[in-house]
Design a protein around this ligand. Structure first.
Ligand SMILES: [Zn+2]
Length: 120
């Protein structure tokens, strides 16, 4: 038996986690291995244009490159204007993704950075 919250293992017969006070489950909760896979994502494009995002996504998918769009949710929940989204891929896909985008003139633009005057 396993605690679904903290993942602690308990002997058969125990029904709730002593720490979390939640009912145990029979299956070990799978640590989100999907997330681990995406730990070191590389941003290949930043855009605030939905049409461009769609193009990029379909391009990457057509090449079998899984991509993750960072910022989609934030865009909806944050009241502070449109932040733009970052299209991210796994490190091993970054090079081919960039080549793919470069070929379509969709180069990595990076997050907008304010131009600072360094005249101090
Ligand atoms: Zn627990």
């Amino acid at each position: 038996m396993y605690c679904p919250r903290c993942g602690a293992e308990y002997h058969e017969g125990i029904e709730s986690c002593a720490d979390c006070r939640v009912a145990l489950v029979e299956k070990r909760p799978t640590p989100a291995h999907d997330e681990a896979e995406w730990v070191d994502l590389i941003t290949v494009l930043t855009t605030d244009e939905e049409s461009q995002l769609k193009v990029v996504r379909s391009l990457l998918e057509a090449e079998g490159i899984p991509c993750y769009v960072q910022g989609e949710v934030a865009e909806e929940t944050l009241p502070v204007g449109r932040l733009g989204v970052q299209v991210q891929v796994r490190p091993q896909d970054a090079e081919s993704a960039r080549e793919l985008l470069a070929a379509k003139d969709l180069l990595f633009t990076g997050p907008d950075e304010p131009v600072e005057d360094d005249e101090a």
